[in-house]
Design a protein around this ligand. Structure first.
Ligand SMILES: Cc1ncc(COP(=O)(O)O)c(C=O)c1O
Length: 426
């Protein structure tokens, strides 16, 4: 099957608006570790995908999945040890206050459930998220996903606060001052709900602000904000769909890096290494209160196959010391990317943590004019040279680099050397 005719067939049945990466879409047929192979047998370094967190087709995950699929798969209205053992293991990775889990099948569903819990337990409706955020595709979650939903479609129960962007907005201010700016933005949004008669329910954000551009967050960023949220009777929902499971290296969860304990934490993507497993972990009293008033059941969420897969992912993260790898290789990659900034003036800023990097491209380092067209072209040039990355940010001018966790220093060298060549070829 050649790529052109597959594309035509896809357009016919999935439509031309079903999104595809790259000017020349990739027809992938196999994955292994950090590598992907196309239909012509060409190998690509995956420096983008976080879903295959422990590596594409990891043999231990595949064995757990197929072994359990060959034994029993059933929904959670029967007793099954896998989901209980997995929930025990997962909640053990959080602060003791976050002691109960609920399982679903996608990050969108996890956020949808979190919104329901926050709204049910607060008695309010108002949710604050950030500008340029993405949290999923259900009707309620779409309203807080400002990236793809214009203000006119967000409804009266949503407010967006500007994303913290110290690269552009520091203006000589200290971390403490910047943290206060964010806290004030959140307070203003809470007050605006009150002014329009909407009771506040909570604040939800991605703990790495991934779609927003992966800003380097000021120290003490969340303290005052959290006080405002709780004082107004709302809850803080930490979306760990992108930042979780050790992506940031130093901590298992992004909120731990921020030094706060959320009320609800949602997770997905890397949780099942590609198998549709997602969920939330929350304070016991919230889950108990919500489920006592609302029957919540999810046919596929937390089934024995999903639980076995989730457990295998945690085993691999631990046994292969992938957080440590993210720290070591992450620091190495960041240093090499910074070196590249000395050679190419297009690079305005390099930032990141663990194995999650942002390279912001600007036409003029002083004015910080976004190099949007160059960023798009660079992503395609990288694809042509066999390295997969993407782009993010309000101006679509930030390279997003977020490889599977077993990424090595050698892989980092290939990534940075290829980026050097692609920048020279722009
Ligand atoms: C931060 C964040 N939250 C939630 C989601 C939605 O997850 P899913 O696509 O599994 O529904 C995404 C997906 O990109 C995401 O990046």
């Amino acid at each position: 099957m050649d790529t052109e005719s597959l594309l035509e067939r896809r357009y016919r049945v999935l439509g031309r608006n079903s999104p595809l990466f790259y000017d020349k879409p990739l027809h992938l047929v196999r994955g292994e570790g950090v590598w992907l192979y196309d239909a012509d047998g060409r190998r690509y370094l995956d420096a983008y995908n976080n879903v295959p967190h422990v590596g594409h087709c990891h043999p231990r995950v595949v064995a757990a999945l197929s072994g359990q699929a060959a034994t029993l798969n059933i929904h959670t209205r029967y007793l099954d040890e896998h989901v209980v053992a997995y929930a025990e293991r997962l909640t053990g990775l959080f602060d003791a206050q976050l002691s109960m889990a609920m399982f679903v099948c996608s990050g969108s569903e996890a956020n949808e459930l979190a919104l329901r819990i926050a709204r049910d337990c607060s008695g309010g409706e108002g949710i604050i998220s950030t500008a340029w955020a993405y949290h999923g595709n259900t009707a309620a979650v779409m309203q807080i996903s400002s990236l793809f939903t214009p203000a006119s479609k967000r409804g009266p129960h949503v407010r967006s606060v500007p994303v913290m962007d110290p690269y552009r907005d520091r203006a000589g201010r200290s971390d403490e001052e910047l943290a206060l700016v964010y806290a004030d933005d959140v307070k203003r949004a809470i007050d605006s709900f009150a002014a329009s008669g909407v009771r506040f329910a909570g604040l939800l954000f991605c703990t790495a602000f991934s779609s927003e551009g992966l800003p380097t967050l000021p120290a003490g960023f969340m303290g005052k904000t959290l006080d405002h949220v709780h004082a107004a009777g709302g809850y803080f929902i930490a979306d760990e769909v992108q930042a979780g499971f050790g992506r940031l290296g130093s901590h298992m969860w992004g909120h731990q890096k921020l030094g706060v304990v959320p009320d609800i934490v949602t997770m997905g993507k890397p949780m099942g290494n590609g198998h549709p497993l997602a969920g939330l972990v929350a304070r016991r009293e919230l889950v108990n209160a919500f489920t006592s008033r609302n029957m919540y059941f999810n046919t596929f969420g937390g089934n024995p196959v999903s639980a076995a897969v989730g457990m295998a992912v945690l085993d691999v993260i631990e046994d292969e010391q992938l957080l440590q790898n993210a720290v070591t290789v992450g620091e190495y990659t960041l240093a090499r990317l910074e070196e590249l900034a000395n050679r190419h003036t297009l690079i305005g800023d390099v930032r990141g943590a663990g194995l999650f990097f942002a390279v912001e491209l600007v036409l003029d380092r002083h004015a910080k004019t976004p190099a949007t067209a160059q960023t798009k072209r660079l992503v395609n040039l990288m694809r042509d040279r066999g390295v997969l990355i993407s782009r993010i940010g309000m101006h679509d001018n930030i390279l997003k680099i977020r490889p599977p966790m077993p990424f090595s220093k050698q892989n980092a060298d290939l990534l940075v050397d290829t980026l050097n060549q692609a920048l020279a070829a722009l």
